[in-house]
Design a protein around this ligand. Structure first.
Ligand code: CA
Length: 259
């Protein structure tokens, strides 16, 4: 099959200057069944200073993950055998892989796909065709998001306690589980409780580099955050036309949930 790829510029010069002054290189696993696309992404990542590893399907991706954990996974939606979506769900359930950032690669304009990808546990999605610069910016953004909080503080709002040091969250003493983005989002909302934050502010403070992230991404993560919070999900209020607020006023008590 002949594939034209106007969306990635192949720069085949070996031995670029980046290769010499290296900090430990970050590893990106590319799960993509079209070899031409996978190789072009790999070459561009290598020129951006990353180590790129290619897997053509979910089975070889799993084999690669068993051997060496990457820092980021680029996961194509349409794969032979197990789909990228199903693999994302699986990786999120495994303790070993659950906190590795996943960027889903989706076809242009496939909006339901994007939301399903985020729901399945992807941190972000990239729509084909994409530029190398956009891809690298998004990879750096998810890496920044994943970077551990230097703060080891603990913050309490209503019945909710978040310990940034141990990465634990409890509601009335009962521990709750969160994905990495939800944890960071909740941490920010708790540190700045009772105030309304716009989607733009949240993208700035939680996502960091948000040039390529749509505001809708915030809504999807807030939905996931509420689900993870269970009864305490009521504390995350939507302020119509403005944004979101975490408030102790809506904190249900341990014994009698609010009606
Ligand atoms: Ca594919």
């Amino acid at each position: 099959m002949f594939v034209t790829l106007p969306w990635i510029r192949l720069n085949p010069q070996p031995g670029n200057e980046l290769g010499k002054t290296m900090k430990p290189q970050l590893r990106v696993l590319i799960v993509e069944d079209e070899p031409a696309i996978a190789e072009l992404i790999a070459v561009n990542l290598q020129h951006g200073g990353f180590v790129a590893v290619i897997a053509g399907d979910s089975v070889s991706a799993q084999r690669e993950l068993d051997a060496t954990l990457p820092d980021v996974i680029l996961l194509d939606w349409m794969l032979p055998g197990q789909s990228g979506l199903s693999l994302a769900r699986h990786l999120r359930k495994q303790p070993r892989t659950k906190s590795i950032p996943i960027l889903m690669l989706t076809a242009r304009g496939d909006e339901p796909d994007k939301v399903a990808g985020l729901d399945a546990g992807a941190d972000d999605y990239v729509t084909k065709p994409f530029s190398t610069q956009e891809l690298l910016a998004r990879i750096r953004a998810v890496l920044r998001r994943r970077a551990p909080e230097s703060a080891t503080d603990s913050v309490t709002v209503g019945g909710l306690v978040l310990d940034a040091g141990t990465h634990r969250i409890a509601f009335h003493g009962q521990e709750l589980k969160f994905g990495p983005t939800e944890f960071k989002l909740l941490h920010f909302l708790m540190k700045h409780a009772e105030r309304v934050h716009s989607r733009g502010t949240l993208l700035d403070k939680v996502w960091g580099d948000h040039v390529f992230i749509e505001e809708r991404t915030v809504d999807v993560h807030v939905k996931r955050l509420r689900e993870s919070l269970g009864a305490a999900g009521l504390m995350v209020e939507t302020v119509r036309g403005t944004g979101y607020r975490l408030t102790a006023m809506s904190s249900p008590s341990a014994s009698q949930p609010e009606t």
